[in-house]
Design a protein around this ligand. Sequence first.
Ligand SMILES: [Zn+2]
Ligand SMILES: [Zn+2]
Length: 341
Amino acid sequence: MRAVRVVGYHQDLQMVEIDEPTVQGPLDVIVKIGAAGVCRTDLHILEGQWEAKSGVQLPYTIGHENAGWVHAVGDAVTNVAVGDKVILHPLVTCGLCRACRLGDDVHCENNQFPGINTDGGYAEYLRTSARSCVKLDDSLEPADVAALADAGLTAQHACAKAARLLRPGDVCAVIGAGGLGHIGIQCMKAMSSATLVVVDRNPEALALAKEIGADHTVLADGNHVEAVREFSGGAGVAAVLDFVGEGGATAEGVAMLRNAGNYYVIGYGENIDVPTIDVISTEINFIGNLVGSYTDLQDLMTLAAQGKVKLHTAQYKLDDFQQAIDDLDAGKVRGRAILIP
Ligand SMILES: [Zn+2]
Ligand SMILES: [Zn+2]
């Protein structure tokens, strides 16, 4: 089969012919890839940023946002059958460790991460496990949802945490209405009665935010912290969902919070620099978010099937993988880029 592989860091990806993956264990599932999302993490992998962290042996097949059709299953697989449409939770998890038993799939002690530390989905077929397959509603196609498997899942995970605590009348600020933020806005709108105030530097991003459910939008023009606080009667907002995490967004976001407010870190890059006396005197909380659980992905697919979360995609043929990578690197992709084998 054709597969696009990392052959070296600071080098272009290469398409090569390799053997198709085969069922090796009783819970293995081979998926015929319908679409694979092209993610900024893929660029970071090529830059070598994940080299030490993943410890992956080169060459290997990249691509961690995958959806397609079940092609073959191991003896013990009962939850999916050949031909089923599936999206894949990005991690292959053991199901037996304490984190797995708590439903915290991302922190599985024995996990594999196809596309990061084992062969991924820029290929015709991928091996995963039964535990990672989420069946798709008839109305959804792999190409519609593949790119939700990682970025969308992270947004869903953070929004679900926020939505569980927000009450009617609470105000929630969303910082950043880009690729991740525009999924988050839709998730919040679907799951929470809180008033959503979306902040961005780009007026076009704010116009889109308004279309997809923002109650109010605020241009980040220097007066935006006060403007956001005014929507909460001056007391500050109950929650901030920070999809940016750099360029000063964090300090501004903290200044938007009310006492005992929650700060959800999703985008990242800069440090949180808050005096500890402020943390104790205001009882604000900082909450990290890493991908999401299997059930978060199920919930996100339910919202997608209900038409409540929609993703804009730019489709490329698998053979045109380099164009997709170059366009992403140059900031030319509208929505999320996906590769179709
Ligand atoms: Zn990704
Ligand atoms: Zn586990």
